[in-house]
Structure formats: C-alpha cells, structure tokens
Write a protein that binds this ligand. Structure first.
Ligand SMILES: O=C[C@H](O)COP(=O)(O)O
Length: 329
C-alpha cells in the first residue's frame, strides 16, 4: 500500500481499544437526556453545504470510506452465488487497475453483512482474509419474533462463524419508556453474542422523537453494545444527519462518563460518495480521529460502494463509467 495515500486515508494500523463491558442501568442519567430538535435540525442542515475535501485528499477519504463499509445484502432472494460475488467484491472492492494507480492494493471493506442463512457461505468465501462476517439477528427487521427465538438466533449465527451480530431492539420498549426492559433484553443479547461484537439497531425512524433516540442509544450502551446503529434499511426513514448528531453526541457523553468508546453505524439509504464524505467529516468534527477506524465506525450500505468506485475512477481518469459496470456494491 502506498504510504502517503494510506496515511491520508488513515488506513495504517491503529491501537485497539477496550471493549465496552456495559454498566448498571442508570435511570437518572437516562431521564436527564434531552434533545433540542430545532437546534439539531439546523446544525444537520448546514453539514452537506460545508466545503468538502478535494483531489488526492478526496480520493484518500473515499478509500477510507470503502474500508468502513459493511457491504450488505439483505434480500429475500439472496442466494449463495450472490453472497459469494459480494464477498469477492469485499476482498477487492475497487477495480485492480484503479487500486494500483491509487497505491491502495490490499484495500478491503470493513465487513460483509448478511442474513443468518448466508453466514456460512460468506465465512467460507472470505476465508484467508481478515474481513469479518456480520449477521443481522433477533427477528430482523421488526424484532417481533419470540424472545426465545431471538436469543437462539444469535447463538446460531455465532456458531456459524459470524464475528459481528447486528441485533434489532424492541421499539415498543422505547415507545412506552420501559428502559428496564430494553436494558435487560439488550444485556442478555450481548451475553449471547459472547466474543462476537454486538451492534444494536435502534430503527430510529420508528422511535417517535430524537429524545427517544438519545435515550435508547444510552440504554443500549449501558447494556454493553459495541456499536449503536441507526436502522435496518427497511424502515420508511433510515439513517439521517439529525439522528446521527444525536447518536454521536450520546457516544461522546458515554465516553466522557465511562472512558469507553462505542462504535457508530449509520445504515440504510446511504448510496452516494458525497454523503459518505459528509458522515466522515461529521465523525471527525464531533468525535475525532479514533472514531474513523473500522472498530468504531461502519457504513451499513448495499449500494454505496458502486458510487465510490465511480468517483475514484473519475478522479484517476477524468471520466465516469456507466453505473452498470459496477454491478455489485
Ligand atoms: O444495514 C444495512 C442496510 O440494510 C443497508 O441499507 P441500504 O440497502 O439502504 O444500503
């Protein structure tokens, strides 16, 4: 890997951080959390208009974004063949000639994310790489199957080789303010994950208010979440900048109080390279450099990679290729 571009993209090895052990549920802290919706919306609206990075720096940041993608397929018509193609794309996310010209050989996505039935296929297809497989779990996307089934699903995906488990929370516990129930379920799910890292999907589009998003984020971190994730990609509203500001500030508060860093995964509807750059600059501004590594940040995305590859090609050649030349990702 070319050291200068890799340095700009911050892809050189970083120090690992300690895993969140969780803490007792602190209801006073949860009750004290507020969200000033109009201030948050104003700040979010100003983000896309800010001056963006250009030229080599932009290429470096786009490579960085690639390294942070949970390359995802979550469709009812997923097949082993589709998952194998996706895994090949995760191993080599950008055309070899483009990677060579950028000096970024060896670049991979952060993970591959699939349904349980596809975990073994993905694990086999990624053998010999260090790309983890993430499984969506616990009755994804609605989270309304029996509690026993949801817990068992986690164990099954871990046994099949998933190193990361994306659980969905019970939205009703948030909507009814039953923080104890949310905490207990999430803590038990974290225990079921064992060594696998747990991302808690809040399904923010279904939580009713930004204050609920802030409180649910906090409760999930108290229960031991390794990541908080916005959405399943199946809600009518998925990742947004206002929701991201709220969740990112919850991460900052949790870190300030406990010294533990929890990861962030915006997911659903992020399909443009320019949007990815806005998210990265938001992370850098609000949380700083440590949160721009794959252990603390991921994009959950099924179609972002294709647009990033087109932008990298444009950066190198001055021309865009047709989107159908980048069929996967
Ligand atoms: O977790 C990932 C999401 O399901 C992906 O959503 P997307 O297909 O809108 O990119």
């Amino acid at each position: 890997m070319h050291t200068d571009l890799a340095r700009r993209a911050s892809l050189l090895p970083q120090l690992a951080h300690a895993r969140n052990p969780g803490m007792a549920l602190d209801l006073d802290w949860v009750a004290s959390v507020q969200a000033n919706t109009s201030a948050i919306e104003r700040r979010a609206a100003s983000l896309p208009g800010r001056r963006s990075v250009k030229k080599d720096w932009q290429a470096a940041w786009l490579c960085k974004a690639v390294s942070l993608i949970d390359l995802t397929t979550l469709s009812g018509d997923d097949t082993p063949g589709r998952v194998q193609r996706l895994c090949a794309k995760a191993r080599q996310p950008v055309r070899a000639d483009l990677l060579a010209a950028l000096g970024m050989e060896g670049l991979t996505t952060g993970a591959v994310c699939v349904y349980h039935e596809m975990v073994e296929v993905a694990v086999r297809a990624l053998e010999g790489s260090s790309i983890p497989v993430a499984a969506v779990s616990t009755g994804f996307p609605a989270g309304l199957s029996s509690y026993r089934t949801r817990l068992a699903e986690i164990g099954d995906s871990v046994a099949a080789g998933a190193a990361e488990i994306d659980i969905v929370i019970s939205r009703r516990h948030v909507l009814t303010g039953n923080w104890q129930a949310l905490y207990d379920e999430t803590a038990e799910m974290r225990a079921a994950c064992g060594a696998a890292h747990m991302k808690t999907i809040l399904a923010t589009g279904e939580l009713g208010s930004l204050r609920n998003v802030a409180r649910a984020s906090l409760v999930c971190m108290m229960a031991g979440a390794d990541f908080i994730k916005t959405s399943t990609g199946k809600e009518s509203v998925n990742a947004t900048l206002p929701v991201s500001l709220v969740m990112i500030r919850a991460l900052r508060d949790y870190h300030a109080r406990t010294a533990f860093r929890i990861g962030y995964k915006p997911a659903g509807g992020i399909s443009k390279a320019k949007d990815a750059l806005v998210y990265l600059s938001l992370m850098k501004d609000e949380l700083g450099h440590p949160w721009l590594q794959p252990d603390l940040f991921r994009f959950g995305a099924s179609s972002l990679l294709g647009d990033i590859e087109r932008q990298l090609e444009h950066h190198l050649t001055g021309a865009y290729s047709a989107a159908n030349r980048h069929p996967i990702g």
